[in-house]
Write a protein that binds this ligand. Structure first.
Ligand SMILES: Cc1cc2nc3c(=O)[nH]c(=O)nc-3n(C[C@H](O)[C@H](O)[C@H](O)COP(=O)(O)OP(=O)(O)OC[C@H]3O[C@@H](n4cnc5c(N)ncnc54)[C@H](O)[C@@H]3O)c2cc1C
Length: 180
C-alpha cells in the first residue's frame, strides 16, 4: 500500500549452522533483548508518524489558503477552522510527548516501555487521522497522485501496524494498571 521505497521480502534459513562464538548473551535471552530494542525503536516510529502528520497538516493548510469556493478561501469557513484547531492542538501535544520520551532515552532511563507505547500509539493514530483529513481538505484532488496527501495517507497506515499493532499497545498500557 505505502512505503514503496522500502521493499519487503521473505527470508528462509535452511540447515544453517551458527558458530557458538556468535551467540549473543545467553540462550533464552532473545525475547528480552528484542523487547528492550523495541522500547527504543518505537519512539522513532512515532517520529516518523509525526513527520507524516506534520507534512499532511501543512499541505492541507496551504491548499485551503489558496483554494476558493463560493467566493471565499476554504480556510475562511468555520467548519474547516474547527478541524484545523483539533489537528493543530493534537499535533502540538503529541510532538511535545515525543521530545519528553526522547529526553528520557537520552538520560539513560531504561524503564520507558509504557511511555514509548503511549507515544507510538497516539502518534500513529494521529498520522492516520490527519493524513485522512488532509485528503478531505483537498477534495477530489486529495484522492489523486497530483498531490502528496494520498501518499501520506498510505504511508501513515503502516505506523499503526508495525512495531506492535496499536491494539497490542493499548493492551500493554491498560494492563500496566493491574495492581500486583
Ligand atoms: C511492509 C511491512 C513492514 C513491516 N516491518 C516491520 C518492522 O520493521 N518491525 C515490526 O515490528 N513490524 C513490522 N511489520 C509488522 C509485522 O510484520 C506484523 O504485521 C505485525 O506485528 C502484526 O502481526 P500480524 O500481521 O501477524 O497480525 P495479527 O497478529 O494476525 O493481528 C491481526 C489483527 O488482530 C489484532 N490482534 C492480534 N492480537 C490481539 C490481541 N491480543 N488483542 C487485540 N487485538 C489483537 C491485531 O492488532 C491486528 O489488528 C511490517 C509489516 C509490513 C506489512
Amino acid at each position: 500500500m505505502g512505503q514503496r521505497a522500502a521493499s519487503t521480502v521473505s527470508l528462509s534459513f535452511d540447515e544453517v549452522r551458527i558458530p557458538r562464538a556468535n551467540l549473543l548473551c545467553e540462550p533464552g535471552d532473545g525475547l528480552k533483548i528484542l523487547f528492550s530494542a523495541l522500547n527504543k525503536s518505537r519512539p522513532s516510529v512515532a517520529a516518523h508518524a509525526l513527520g507524516i502528520a506534520r507534512a499532511a497538516f501543512e499541505d492541507g493548510v496551504a491548499y485551503i489558503n489558496q483554494r476558493k469556493q463560493s467566493g471565499r478561501n476554504i480556510i475562511e469557513f468555520q467548519g474547516i477552522q474547527f478541524m484545523l484547531a483539533d489537528m493543530a492542538t493534537d499535533l502540538a501535544l503529541c510532538e511535545s510527548w515525543l521530545w519528553r520520551v526522547g529526553a528520557m532515552i537520552d538520560s539513560g532511563e531504561d524503564d520507558i516501555g509504557i511511555e514509548a507505547s503511549m507515544l507510538k500509539m497516539r502518534a500513529s493514530d494521529l498520522a492516520m487521522q490527519i493524513s485522512e483529513n488532509a485528503v478531505q481538505l483537498h477534495g477530489g484532488y486529495g484522492y489523486c497522485k497530483d498531490y502528496a496527501v494520498e501518499r501520506y495517507m498510505r504511508d501513515a497506515k503502516i505506523t499503526q501496524i508495525y512495531e506492535g499493532t496499536n491494539q497490542i499497545h493499548r493492551q500493554l498500557i491498560g494492563r500496566s494498571f493491574i495492581e500486583k
